[in-house]
Design a protein around this ligand. Structure first.
Ligand code: PBG
Length: 334
C-alpha cells in the first residue's frame, strides 16, 4: 500500500473527521464483544467473592460465583473466559501434584461451568505457579527451573483440563517443547479438537505483579522468571518462538503483556497471519483502573482506547479484565 497525500487544500484530512457519521465511515478498526476473553480468578468455598487489593473491581470467586460470571459472559456475548486458581497454600508443594489432580479447583470449575453454560468457551492456564510452593511456573531443583521434567507435568495438567471439558488450553509457562508435547498428549488421549492458545511471546515483566497477588504466588516466588520468560529487549526472538509454537501445534498465539508490546503484536500478525491475541495483563489493568478511580483519567475512554490499540496492532482478540465492562459499554452504545 502506498498512501496518497496531495497538498492542502486538495487533501484536507479534517474533511473525514468533521462529524461522527463521517468518522464512522472511515474508521479502520473497531473493538467488538467477540474480541474479548475474560480472565477470572477462582477460590475455594461457597458464595465467596474476595476483592484483590491491587486489582480494583476484580475478585476471587468461588465456583458457584464463577458459574454466575460465566452466565454473565454468555448474556453479554463474551465468547470465552480464562480460569486462574488461587490454590489453598496447604496444597502447594515443590512437586506440584495438585496441578494434575482431576478434582482440583480449576477442573471442578470447568465441569460446573460446562454444565451450566456450555456455549461459553473455557480457556485454562497451564503452568505450575499456582500449585508450586516455590512460586515458579516450572519444577525447581537446586534453584534451577527444570525444562523437560516440567513439560511432562504440564502435559498431565493439560490432559485433566481437557478431560474436564476445557475448550482452549493456554500454556503460559514458557518451557521449551511444551506445545508439541501437549499437542501429542491431546491427540493420544482423543482430544483432537481441543485448541491450544500458546503464550508464545511472554516477557519477564513487572506488569504481572497484581496477578501474582491474585493467585497467591507473590510471597512464595524467590528471584525472577528471567530464565524462562523473554527479555523485554528482544523482538526477533518473539517471531522465532511464535514460529516454533505454530509448528508444534498451537492454533492461536499470544503476546504478553499487551500495551508495552504492541510492536510485537504487529510483527507477529504480519509475519504469520495466525490468530493472534494480546494479554492486557494485571498491571496494565491496575494502572488504568487506579488512575481512573482517582479521577486522573477517564476510565471508560482509556479502557476502550487501550482495547482499540490491540485491534490496530493486528490482534484478533484480547484477554482483558475489562471484558465485562467493555462488553456492557458496547451493548449500551448499540
Ligand atoms: C503464570 C501467569 C502469569 C500471568 C498469567 N499466567 C504471571 C507470571 O508469569 O508470573 C499474568 C497475568 C496477568 O498479569 O494478568 N503462569
Amino acid at each position: 500500500m502506498r498512501p496518497i497525500s496531495a497538498p492542502t487544500p486538495t487533501t484536507r484530512f479534517r474533511r473525514t473527521r468533521r462529524s461522527a457519521a463521517i468518522r464512522a465511515l472511515v474508521q479502520e478498526n473497531s473493538v467488538t464483544t467477540g474480541d474479548l476473553i475474560w480472565p477470572l480468578f477462582l477460590r475455594d468455598g461457597e458464595n465467596m467473592r474476595e476483592p484483590i487489593a491491587s486489582m480494583p473491581g476484580v475478585e476471587r470467586l468461588s465456583i458457584d460465583q464463577v458459574v454466575a460470571a460465566a452466565e454473565t459472559a454468555a448474556d453479554l456475548g463474551i465468547p470465552a473466559i480464562c480460569l486462574f486458581p488461587y490454590t489453598d497454600p496447604a496444597l502447594r508443594t515443590e512437586t506440584c501434584e495438585e496441578a494434575w489432580n482431576p478434582e482440583n479447583l480449576t477442573n471442578r470449575a470447568i465441569r460446573a461451568i460446562k454444565a451450566a453454560v456450555p456455549e461459553v468457551a473455557i480457556m485454562t492456564d497451564v503452568a505450575l505457579d499456582p500449585y508450586n510452593s516455590l512460586g515458579h511456573d516450572g519444577l525447581v531443583r537446586d534453584g534451577i527451573i527444570l525444562n523437560d521434567e516440567t513439560v511432562q507435568a504440564l502435559v498431565r495438567m493439560a490432559l485433566v483440563q481437557a478431560d474436564a471439558g476445557a475448550d482452549i488450553i493456554g500454556p503460559s509457562d514458557m518451557m521449551d517443547g511444551r506445545i508439541g508435547a501437549i499437542r501429542a498428549g491431546l491427540e493420544g488421549a482423543g482430544h483432537k479438537d481441543v485448541a491450544i492458545l500458546s503464550y508464545a511471546a511472554k516477557y519477564a515483566s513487572a506488569f504481572y505483579g497484581p496477578f501474582r497477588d491474585a493467585v497467591g504466588a507473590s510471597g512464595a516466588l524467590k528471584g525472577d522468571k528471567k530464565t524462562y520468560q523473554m527479555n523485554p529487549a528482544n523482538s526477533d526472538e518473539a517471531l522465532r518462538l511464535v514460529e516454533r509454537d505454530l509448528r508444534e501445534g498451537a492454533d492461536m498465539v499470544m503476546v504478553k503483556p499487551g500495551m508495552p508490546y504492541l510492536d510485537i503484536c504487529r510483527r507477529v500478525k504480519d509475519t504469520f497471519g495466525a490468530p493472534t491475541f494480546a494479554y492486557q495483563v494485571s498491571g496494565e489493568y491496575a494502572m488504568i483502573k487506579g488512575a481512573a478511580d482517582r479521577g486522573w483519567i477517564n476510565g471508560e475512554a482509556a479502557m476502550m482506547e487501550s482495547l482499540l490499540a490491540f485491534k490496530r496492532a493486528g490482534c484478533d482478540g484480547v484477554l482483558t479484565y475489562f471484558a465485562p465492562a467493555a462488553a456492557r459499554l458496547l451493548r449500551d452504545l448499540h
